[in-house]
Design a binder for this molecule. Sequence first.
Ligand code: GLA
Length: 723
Amino acid sequence: MTAHLPLSVNADVVTFTGGGVLVVIEAKKNERPKILYCGPDIAGTDANQLSLLSRWQYVHGGASQERTLTLSNELGTGTLAPPGLIASRDGEDWALDLRVVEVQALEGSGAEIQCFDPSTKIGANYRLILDRNSGVLTCSTQITNHADTPFTLDWCAGMTLPLDPRLSEITGFSGRWAGEFQTEEIGAFQGSYVRENMAGRTSHECFPGVILKTATTTETHGAASGFHLAWSGNHRSRVDRLSDGRSVIQMGELLWPGEIRLGARESYQTPNLLATWSNEGLGAISHAFHTHLSTQILKKRSIAKPRPVHFNTWEAVYFFHNQENIIELAERAAHVGAERFVLDDGWFGARRNDKAGLGDWWVSPDVYPDGLHPIVDKVRELGMEFGLWFEPEMVNPDSDLFRAHPDWVLEASGVDPIGFRNQLTLNVSKPEVFDYLYEKIAALVDEYKIDYIKWDMNRDCHHPGNSGSSDKRAVMHLQTLGVYRLLDRLRDAFPSLEIESCASGGARADYGVLRRADRIWTSDNNDARDRQHIQKGASYFFPLRVLGSHVGPKKCHITGRRFSMEFRVASAIFGHMGLELNLALESDADRAVLAKGIDLYKEHRALLHGGTFHRLSSAPHANVVGVVAPSRGEALFSYALLESRPQSAPDRMFFSGLDPVRQYRVQIVWPQADPSINTPSIVEAGDFMGKGTVFSGAALMEFGMQTPPLHPDSAVIYHLEEI
Ligand code: GLA
């Protein structure tokens, strides 16, 4: 058997392994680079075997030679499959044919494959880095124009990756405002699955993630692979089933016409495409992504710090700010256990409703004549951190900023702007806009020692033209990079500042923004039942520690549905917990329940955010998730009943991720009173509200446990501790 070294680069073949993944690339000098294999590690094989096993077969009626599937599947290869690179020099030089020039090992487990096409004078640098801890492969492509005449790039996927044809099914992601991260199941097909987003932000409708699996893959068994584009602008994902039996995936930035024109020696860098593979089901794919995000992408600072309980003012007061009310809210928030107080929209300029003020980033003297100091001082006196809402990229036409600089917005000449929440998008790619925003935000962060920014972005971007400039091309790519630079600059200047990425909820949730943010606002929808679905969808790629999840008002402002405080708490605990309600309108009893729920979150947040997340296979009427400590000595599982149960008996719960040979004491830690609607029930029999009962891990996983009979819209949280 050949043992794979973590990384080997010889003249012809690049191999890297780690985290259960194997990648083998044929990269012979002057030849086209080709991925021989990427997928779950195959022990005891080598490149020669893989090369022979993947040999092309001539069939009558087709081309008489192989058309190699390269890292860009560019047109010069003779491909008839969708190319991963579309570009030309004013209609010429479109037949790109990139050949290997040099291969270099990168630090860790990665390689850079430099290619060049002498005929078009275009170069491509492919970077592939395998995170050997998680098994997530990060791929990207840089295209450089080595000629003196400009070269226009219409499409460049992060990379073109071959797919195991047995992964015939797709879990895709769709959604809408207040209904993000909906999953859709797509069965076997011939042809193409294509998702495109032109919203100018990651979008509510089209999260850039694709999961492939076999028809029998479950959460814990079977082959699966997951792909994510770490990018907060426009994007395209496509899976193509070719008629020759091959399948490929491409994900990359979706460009506007003529947007990327490379002058001499200029380059375009794709966003990172992240990929992972497993033979152990969908749970393993999520685990790989969660581990990679936590260890490689999130800043170390917020990883070490327990995620504080938020109080956010939005649904408590909307635009009706005044110092006295806000201070009263802060007192009530601290009383139930909040640790960070976030003053949402409405504190600045003429922002008394959503028609005015965006862009005028100074504290409104009408509303807060003494500035925010009285509030900030009170918040700190109450032992909480202080956070403030901004929507930096936006401007209301009714603002001092727009009146002074009407040419600072993105627009396309000759067309009227599309109305969207009474606001326009600022052109952050303009240095003067960037500087204005940085100075205004930095001054406030400095003056109030702000701990946290809720960074919002509340409109799609329909016409990202570079108005007010002689070059009128679309600048969506530069805009996205400009926002990243602004975030980076603030983080560099204020190293302990934390940032939440919000875009009317989860419309800017991706690993690109999470390089410079600590949390995403998962959804504007705080409906406890909808949140179970939304957070489950998000959990395919995002760990609980980044998923902002708030206890909302008794009657949800978005859906009009009413939920008990127990259920609202249960839905918020499996995430980064917060509150977003007018506490004065809740009953004393509910405030007491809330305070207990916050205590429970604090007690278990190290486990919730440091453990391994599990989605337990569940029918649509229930959502069952859990977190198991890395030691497997402790776990927390939640069973939420979302619809009336389909059978007379309640579901059996099959726990996951435990050590089969260890013994665990099982108790119910939420709600605080026996939730069974009929007794006697398993809760009494097992004394789960009291001392609990001890079971083996194997019994809990293989035999399962009856859940109590519950009303729909309620949940039970089990705590398991090894004895
Ligand atoms: C967006 C956010 C909300 C809130 C409002 C304020 O909708 O998602 O949480 O901050 O803006 O205008």
